[in-house]
Design a protein around this ligand. Structure first.
Ligand code: AMP
Ligand code: MG
Length: 321
């Protein structure tokens, strides 16, 4: 009887932690209130699901995928995208519209030019003429019908870098749930999705300080389902002639966005939170009102280091003293 009670995902168990390296970052799985073996099996499934998403959406590396093929198709030719790619693109476009273009899923050529996802990492900015040439006109992606899309210029190239990590978190959590897990966190380098609670109490989530490594701005006490995603200028950057250049670009200028050090957004869906954290980083503190309209808690650290948040976030945020 006792054995029956202890097996499976019910009753009291120690947390199970596992770490994997994926998507260019350490991904930490925490499963609560579940037998160790079951938790480990579920985590193995979730991490396989997440690794598949990475391969499906990345535009880097040697492997081929539908996104890379789309980026190679001749301009003006309609292509049917796989359902999951088309769905994520629809979400990306929705955030693009709602953020007045701050989020842009067609920045592939420009991102590649800056080279922040490349090895070795860049050490100086590209020439102004190169940036001009890699930018695309607004509305370069055309949705023809259903899953069919075409691109109107050669530098109009899909890059899901601002949203795919969130999507991988969503799929990872879905895999854990299918395996019977009810209480868990997947934390991909500070971007996380949580389900359930932690031994009956809310999960305690720290929000990283963008300039003081290892320190947090404050914390949130949250029950799942919820995702907490942060975009920051400290993730991938170089300093050139005293200026910081980082991986989140303002589509209008083609240059690194310059209104924030970090931006954090909460939403049950990690895909949505991820797209919006990138958009909010580009918009800066002014973007907080838009997120309030959408009822998404959000905060921004501006370039001076001052913390701004919307009312929805203020209701949840516990500052560090
Ligand atoms: P994140 O860390 O989620 O803010 O995403 C940053 C990544 O998204 C970059 O490495 C690029 O691949 C891509 N990216 C950069 N700027 C933008 C933008 N304005 N909109 C959408 N994706 C972007
Ligand atoms: Mg993002």
């Amino acid at each position: 009887m006792l054995l029956l009670l202890l097996a499976g995902c019910s009753g009291q168990h120690e947390d199970v932690h596992e770490t994997r390296f994926m998507m260019g970052t350490l991904v930490e799985f925490t499963v609560s209130d579940c037998d160790k073996q079951e938790a480990q099996k579920a985590i193995a499934r979730a991490s396989r699901a997440m690794a598949r998403i990475e391969q499906r959406f990345t535009i880097y590396g040697d492997g081929d995928n539908a996104v890379k093929r789309f980026n190679r198709t001749p301009v003006g030719t309609a292509v049917t995208l796989p359902k999951d790619v088309a769905q994520l693109l629809m979400l990306a476009r929705k955030v693009q519209r709602a953020s007045d273009g701050a989020f842009d899923p067609a920045l592939g050529a420009l991102n590649r030019l800056w080279g922040f996802s490349r090895e070795p990492a860049p050490t100086r900015p590209p020439a102004k003429a190169q940036i001009r040439a890699a930018k695309h006109a607004p509305g370069c992606l055309i949705h023809t019908r259903k899953e069919q899309w075409l691109r109107r210029s050669d530098n109009c190239q899909l890059d899901f870098g601002g949203i795919a990590k969130g999507y991988a978190l969503d799929r990872g959590i879905a895999a854990l749930k299918r395996a019977g897990i009810r209480n868990a966190i997947i934390n991909a380098g500070g971007d996380m999705r949580i389900i359930g609670s932690h031994h009956g109490k809310p999960w305690r989530i720290g929000i990283r300080h963008p300039r003081k490594s290892g320190q947090v701005l404050g914390y949130l006490a949250l029950n799942g389902p919820m995702s907490i995603v942060t975009s920051g200028d400290y993730e991938r950057f170089f300093i050139y002639q005293g200026r910081r250049y980082h991986h989140i670009l303002d589509p209008a200028s083609g240059m690194p966005a310059h209104k924030a050090q970090s931006a954090t957004v909460l939403h049950p869906s990690a895909s949505v939170a991820d797209a919006w954290s990138t958009a909010l980083f580009v918009l800066g503190p002014k973007g907080l009102a838009r997120l309030q309209q959408l009822r998404m808690p959000a905060l921004v650290v501006d370039t001076q280091g001052a913390l701004h948040m919307n009312a929805a976030m203020r209701a949840l945020f516990h500052p560090m003293r």
